[in-house]
Design a protein around this ligand. Structure first.
Ligand code: FAD
Length: 448
């Protein structure tokens, strides 16, 4: 049966059939990569469905399994690697209307996967809690999309990536069988579906640990010297007494792309964008002075709220977005430095490639608790071959590349290690290989 007949089988569901809307809901932000844009821009589902309940999701999963129709799950499509772009047509399962907070208690929450992160925090903050990490897309991105295709974000300087044990406590998932199974996994097993691009199950609910809510302040600090800016960012990140949520370092070629903020940057300056608690205001000022930095922007939580602008939307992959708005020929790379020598690695690579690669570093804590640098460098793209060469130069300096110019799990962030559990859970929960086909390259369908 063709996917377009599904509305006649399940008429009470919210189906989207208009081809323009279906095409739009089949794409994400893969266009950041000239390589992915070429490969994915013409890919589309046949139909989109937006369920509001577990029963409706179950009905879609069952119909797809019965009629062998590909099923690609979507949050709100802010992923960068074509994670939710269907390669083989079929149905896009848009989870954004499955979006209730179920409960918040004792620093733990449980929510449906389609909830937008901003909506979750709106409920959690009055109760004294907030999400441990928010991607810079927090206004639109969903919890299930962050878990299924993301890494972390602001807050990862304290709690590491989502994959750090203790962040995600339980996951409730649904299989794709004629009679879909509903299962719950906890502890380390709750990560078997994390960053799997929705290839091994439909995530229904997540239970996760929260952070205490803080009235965060925001600031931009400008520096004449690259090294002073880097050391300021590093000392702020390492300093255990500073209470912070975000430390983002950008070299001097990047701030001119922040056109809405340009009055807050000194011409030719390197900058650190930071989000910190009021108790650390004095510490940030002293540290800036030590490194000859000028604080050119400082807002308290109330001012941030009133301005309806947060510096978080200039960090992580929003930095790249602002640059792309000005110059569409740019692209980017993603890199994970060595926690024992990242400062030296950054300085060396800046010297080697500063004409072509604009340094953007997010400071994070690793799963093991070490402070480290995670790069989202902006690249002046010239050719696919040169892009590969640049990534190889990084690797040659001992920096891990999480290639954002590929759409399969095995070639991106999981290039060095793919959890074998991902393949075995797919055998069990999606035996026909209907979930996001083509994204899990090494999975082979078992013949029965
Ligand atoms: P989608 O893009 O819709 O989906 C992501 C993946 O998860 C897809 O493979 C999809 O199939 C799968 N998925 C979605 N819902 C489910 C579900 N219920 N069950 C199973 N699988 C599911 N990422 C970060 O980690 N940190 C950042 O700071 C960050 N900043 C960004 C800034 C910009 C400007 C952009 C464009 C991207 C950024 N990203 C970042 C990437 C992306 O925004 C995040 O990963 C985001 O959380 C994805 O959420 P989404 O709802 O848009 O997911």
């Amino acid at each position: 049966m063709h996917a377009q007949f599904l509305p006649s089988l399940l008429p009470s569901l919210d189906w989207i059939t208009d081809t323009t809307r279906v095409a739009k809901l089949s794409q994400d932000f893969n266009w950041y990569s000239p390589v992915l844009k070429r490969q994915l821009s013409d890919k589309s589902a046949d139909i989109v469905v937006r369920p509001t309940s577990q029963e409706q999701i179950q009905a879609v999963a069952s119909a797809c399994a019965t009629h062998h129709i590909p099923l690609t799950i979507r949050g709100t499509g802010t992923g960068n690697y074509g994670q939710c772009v269907p390669l083989q047509g079929g149905v896009v399962l848009d989870m954004s209307a499955y979006n209730q907070v179920l409960w918040i208690e004792n620093g733990i929450a449980r929510a449906q996967s389609g909830i937008r992160l901003i909506d979750f925090d709106r409920v959690a903050k009055p109760k004294g809690h907030e999400l441990r990490w928010i991607p810079s897309t927090f206004r639109s991105a969903t919890l299930g999309g962050l878990y299924g295709g993301g890494f972390g974000g602001a807050g990862s300087i304290n709690y590491g990536p989502i994959a750090s044990l203790g962040n995600i406590l339980k996951v409730k998932i649904m299989s794709v069988h004629e009679t879909p199974q509903i299962l719950e996994f906890e502890g380390h097993e709750a990560l078997n579906f994390h960053h799997t691009y929705g290839t091994n199950a439909i995530v229904l609910e997540l239970e996760f640990a929260l952070a205490p809510s803080v009235p965060w302040m925001e600031s931009i600090v400008c520096f004449d010297a690259f090294e002073e800016a880097l050391h300021f960012a590093n000392e702020l990140s390492i300093g255990s007494g500073y209470s912070k949520k975000e430390v983002c370092f950008v070299s001097s070629s990047i701030p001119p792309y922040f056109t809405n903020l340009c009055t807050h940057f000194k011409s030719g300056a390197h900058a650190v964008l930071t989000v910190f608690a009021p108790c650390s205001e004095m510490g940030v000022k002293e540290l800036a002075q030590k490194h000859k930095g000028d604080i050119t922007y400082l807002k308290n939580a109330q001012e941030v709220e009133q301005s309806n602008r947060t510096l978080i939307e200039y960090t992580w992959n929003h930095t790249t977005l602002h640059a792309l708005k000005v110059d569409k020929s740019l692209t980017y790379i993603q890199s994970g430095f060595d926690p024992t020598r990242y400062v030296e690695q950054i300085k060396t690579l800046e010297k080697a490639l500063s004409d072509e690669v604009m340094m953007h570093i997010e400071f994070i804590r690793t799963k093991e608790g070490l402070v480290n640098a995670s790069g989202l460098q902006i690249v002046r793209y010239s050719s696919d071959d040169r892009l590969q060469e640049i990534m190889q130069i990084y690797r040659d300096h001992g920096v891990q590349i999480n290639n954002p110019h590929v759409y399969t799990l095995e070639d991106g962030k999981s290039a060095n290690y793919l959890n074998p559990k991902i393949l075995t859970t797919k055998d069990d929960l999606d035996p026909q290989g209907l979930l996001n086909p083509g994204k899990l390259r090494t999975w082979v369908r078992k013949t029965h």
